[in-house]
Design a binder for this molecule. Structure first.
Ligand code: FAS
Ligand code: PHB
Length: 393
């Protein structure tokens, strides 16, 4: 016999989407339980995104978890694009009056977990066999196993915040889903190292050998990526080879400022564009990577998780506080409208900056012409800046 529990919103996943949703609901008097299949240590140590849009920072402020972010995060007013060894700065603040903040996703997650465990409500760590039931009716349930005991969680709504490979989307019949996706014929080889960044701001470099990105986590910790074949093996990329390739692609004026050091983390990530609609199924709402994936080029993944939570939290508050379910009905359409704009920007910037076309091809010339236009046009730079700092919710 399963142990019986009840809450208002059952949340699957303790990533940015699930944790931020739980926090915003709690601040509005709405109870939730978070089911997470990994351990707290695993979740807090996961290395992922590093750039927060203007709107995401505002949402974290609203959630009351931005104190360390403002103390330790790095506010950036611009970003650099590299082409043929040269660099061009896009003045984000001058063009949009907004900035981005460099603050690792693992830090955001740690801040949200700390707030949750300070009295907001439970996170069930290492919850296995999470299954969704009756979400098409008005009494949805979640079943799961934790601590060797079977549990049943009755709730009013289920938030599927369990990422791209979670249980929520996979519990939906394929006939109910409209899937839109695109793969890219390359991946990103990333390295995290305790060395000072080579530049004050991020550098996105387009190079004949492939794309490179210089990012950071702090003034003493750097995050770099280079475009690689998606079937590459990590063992083929000892640190020295990676550092040499990165310097070649960042160009002769940046290379001397690249401080090398041992990798704290090294990984190869595939690039995908993916959207699953609708994002609502009865009393199940998908949010974050459970509903969509973007190539990391535009730094949108984490920020889209926050975007969905902006819409879903307001819809649930409206339901409980004013018995008005209009926003719940509009959730999929409202959230996905912003998702599509971020999907477009991420897809566009990925194809613009990566080595995609054969040397000397017409398509390669078109790519170069578009970068040349972007670097010479205030209008083109404004389009880039508006999308990069984050479009309005
Ligand atoms: P998450 O995947 O973060 O969280 C889902 C949670 O659900 C996880 O904790 C998982 O353990 C849990 N879960 C899964 N299945 C479950 C189940 N059946 N039961 C219970 N719990 C379950 N974005 C960027 O903007 N920039 C980047 O550089 C970047 N790099 C990335 C690198 C990698 C390797 C990956 C995978 C993603 C990267 N992303 C990046 C995107 C990433 O940041 C996501 O967009 C972000 O984590 C989305 O947050 P969530 O939707 O909360 O999903
Ligand atoms: C990162 O710092 O991890 C990062 C920054 C910008 C991106 C992608 C990743 O576009």
């Amino acid at each position: 016999m399963a142990r019986q529990q009840r809450t208002q919103v059952g949340i699957i996943g303790a990533g940015p989407a699930g944790l931020l949703l739980a926090r915003l609901l709690k601040l509005n008097g709405i109870e939730s339980v978070i089911l997470e299949d990994r351990s707290r240590a695993y979740v807090e140590a996961r290395i992922r995104a590093g750039v927060l849009e203007h709107g995401t920072v505002k949402l974290l402020e609203e959630a009351g978890v931005a104190e360390r972010l403002h103390r330790e995060g790095l506010v950036h007013e611009g970003v650099e694009l590299g082409l043929d060894g040269g660099r061009f700065r896009i003045d984000l603040a001058g063009l949009t009056d907004k900035t981005i903040t460099v603050y690792g996703q693992s830090e955001v997650v740690q801040d949200l977990i700390a707030a949750r465990l300070a009295g907001d409500g439970p996170i069930v760590w290492e919850a296995s066999d999470v299954a969704l039931h009756d979400f098409e009716m008005d009494r949805p349930r979640l079943t799961y196993r934790a601590g060797g005991v079977d549990h049943e969680l009755a709730c009013d709504f289920i938030a599927g915040c369990d990422g791209f490979r979670g249980a929520s989307r996979s519990s939906l019949p394929a006939s109910r889903l409209r899937i839109y996706e695109q793969d890219y014929p390359f991946g990103w080889l990333g390295i995290l190292a305790d060395v000072p960044p080579c530049s004050e701001e991020l550098i996105y470099a387009s190079h004949p050998r492939g794309f490179a990105l210089a990012s950071m986590r702090s003034h003493t910790r750097s995050r770099y990526y280079i475009q690689c074949d998606r079937h590459e093996k990590l063992e083929d990329w000892p640190d020295d080879r990676l550092w040499d390739e990165l310097k070649r692609r960042l160009g002769p004026d940046v290379a001397p400022r690249v401080t090398t050091g041992p990798a704290l983390e090294k990984s190869i990530t595939g690039l995908h564009s993916f959207v699953c609609l609708p994002m609502r199924h009865g009393r199940l709402f998908l949010a974050g990577d459970a509903a969509h994936i973007v190539p990391p080029t535009g730094a949108k993944g984490l920020n889209l998780a926050a975007s969905d939570v902006h819409y879903l939290s307001r819809a649930l508050v409206s339901h409980y506080a004013r018995n008005d379910s209009t926003l719940l009905g509009a959730y999929s359409e409202q959230a996905s409208a912003r998702v599509w704009k971020a999907e477009r920007f991420s897809w566009w910037l990925t194809l613009l900056m990566h080595k995609v076309h054969p040397d000397g091809s017409f398509a390669e010339q078109m790519q170069r012409a578009e970068i040349d236009y972007l670097l010479s046009s205030p209008a083109g730079q404004t389009v880039f800046a508006e999308n990069y700092v984050g479009l309005p919710f």
